[in-house]
Design a binder for this molecule. Sequence first.
Ligand SMILES: *[C@@H]1O[C@H](CO)[C@@H](O)[C@H](O)[C@H]1NC(C)=O
Ligand SMILES: *[C@@H]1O[C@H](CO)[C@@H](O)[C@H](O)[C@H]1NC(C)=O
Ligand SMILES: *[C@@H]1O[C@H](CO)[C@@H](O)[C@H](O)[C@H]1NC(C)=O
Ligand SMILES: *[C@@H]1O[C@H](CO)[C@@H](O)[C@H](O)[C@H]1NC(C)=O
Ligand SMILES: *[C@@H]1O[C@H](CO)[C@@H](O)[C@H](O)[C@H]1NC(C)=O
Ligand SMILES: *[C@@H]1O[C@H](CO)[C@@H](O)[C@H](O)[C@H]1NC(C)=O
Ligand SMILES: *[C@@H]1O[C@H](CO)[C@@H](O)[C@H](O)[C@H]1NC(C)=O
Ligand SMILES: *[C@@H]1O[C@H](CO)[C@@H](O)[C@H](O)[C@H]1NC(C)=O
Length: 447
Amino acid sequence: MISFKLILFIFVYDIIHVNGICDSQTGPVGSIECSSNDDFTKKQWNTCLTNNYIQRHSQGRQKCADGNNYCTYACMPEAYYVEAGDVVDTCACNDSLIPPVSSLPTECFSPDGSNCDWYKSCLERKYSCEGTSTEYLLIYTKIFCNLFIKYKNVFTDRALRWIDDGRKCLQMALVQFVRPFINGTCQAIDDAASDAFKSCNLQPYPQQGSICDITRRDWLRAFWMMKSEYNISISTAAYVWLQKALETFYECQNDPQANDFGHVYQEFKLTMDLIQTSWNNQINLNKDQFDQIAIDITHRIAKFLNASPEQWGWYGYGVTLAQQRSNTAYKQMTIVLLVADLSGIVNNTLIPPVNITNIKFNELIEKFKNALIKGDLLIKNDNGTFYASQMGHCMDMKCHATIENISAPPYGSKNDARRIVIKNNNHIHSNWSLISQRVNAQINNKA
Ligand SMILES: *[C@@H]1O[C@H](CO)[C@@H](O)[C@H](O)[C@H]1NC(C)=O
Ligand SMILES: *[C@@H]1O[C@H](CO)[C@@H](O)[C@H](O)[C@H]1NC(C)=O
Ligand SMILES: *[C@@H]1O[C@H](CO)[C@@H](O)[C@H](O)[C@H]1NC(C)=O
Ligand SMILES: *[C@@H]1O[C@H](CO)[C@@H](O)[C@H](O)[C@H]1NC(C)=O
Ligand SMILES: *[C@@H]1O[C@H](CO)[C@@H](O)[C@H](O)[C@H]1NC(C)=O
Ligand SMILES: *[C@@H]1O[C@H](CO)[C@@H](O)[C@H](O)[C@H]1NC(C)=O
Ligand SMILES: *[C@@H]1O[C@H](CO)[C@@H](O)[C@H](O)[C@H]1NC(C)=O
Ligand SMILES: *[C@@H]1O[C@H](CO)[C@@H](O)[C@H](O)[C@H]1NC(C)=O
């Protein structure tokens, strides 16, 4: 199985001349022929496409001859990013083969990346990835693509450039899958998007809009608008691409204070005691699974606080999963939890350094803190039972430092009139009933 990973090749323009099936001014787009290309050992399929598409897809490395709006693009550079050498079986052809035909409409073949319906009317028409993890990619790409259309008026020009370039770049990374001679899989689509995702956000061709050029306010708007587009009943696994976007933004060198927007947006680091978990060996818990659990916990906290999802945005991701038990006798994990006033995030009057007290938001945050202090944040889900035992207010965007740390009473103390405190628990027993019997025996012996 050949992967679709990007292989870097020499940074030169390759001028492509028009072949028989492809008129330089009229196309037609999508017509296919078997022909020889310089620098390749065998004949391969060539598709008639627009100059605009070829330039974008090859990230400027290839283009039609000057003045030509259409020319053919060979299979190897398009599908495998390879410009010379062998031709793989998928691309190889000979004169006795009839060029394959596609049942997809012509618009599918040479998109400029700005049509957000392309995923549904082209890619998904050929590949039904529902029920696979690729479904989550398609949800994200559609949400991200539509950001440009739906919320155009709330972003700065720099942010619009990032969204527009990024969405085109992501689409370009997937177009080869609609070629009739390419028989990809949902997994291959997912892999191709994974490979392209970072560079499409950091440095999309032609390198106008990078995620690192946008302001923090733009980022908050983009993030929370996208988050709000996710269907409330969708699996938490669907957020994996939104999380990738968040991590990409965090990779930018700027690390502004988290609290610049404190009146509409706050971040917390939450320590959860792992009372019981469905996974027995935490090594097996990967980053995505950890993030999913963090999101689910976050959503349940929001629900517990009666925070309406129309008004308040809640999101979480995993940070550390301890290998050792803490002095609370439980293993712990930390998650970062983000809370936003959704209408405040888009409200132009609420830009710092305006001195505004957001009463409703402050009330919600107070309610959250009080619930923790009272020991109310006990979460049971399919993944186990989790008890929020500590919380700190993040100082910086990545939450390296916290202030205003607060703690909950030890787990179990609420329903346990005679609180059992085990000191020096360097020898940990997993059998709670055995431990409590011993402790009771000690207490009785002393009495
Ligand atoms: C053309 O390719 C097909 C499929 O790879 C192969 O079966 C056939 O023998 C080839 N014909 C010639 C003339 O090489
Ligand atoms: C494409 O892949 C599917 C599933 O793997 C297979 O059933 C089908 O025959 C393949 N088609 C071609 C033209 O290779
Ligand atoms: C959310 O998903 C549910 C279940 O799949 C569906 O019935 C509902 O229409 C969806 N809502 C939106 C707004 O897409
Ligand atoms: C924006 O904020 C101002 C000041 O708090 C408020 O009066 C106004 O209603 C808000 N607008 C929206 C659309 O939420
Ligand atoms: C903001 O409000 C605080 C307390 O109300 C006040 O001390 C401070 O001077 C105000 N800052 C600005 C920039 O208005
Ligand atoms: C957590 O629960 C969800 C929902 O049931 C499930 O899909 C997921 O696999 C669970 N994760 C782990 C690590 O058990
Ligand atoms: C809050 O907790 C964090 C992590 O436990 C710790 O590093 C930090 O020093 C604490 N801050 C204060 C002000 O207690
Ligand atoms: C825990 O200890 C109790 C009392 O000795 C015993 O009855 C029980 O079987 C033990 N449970 C486990 C899971 O070992």
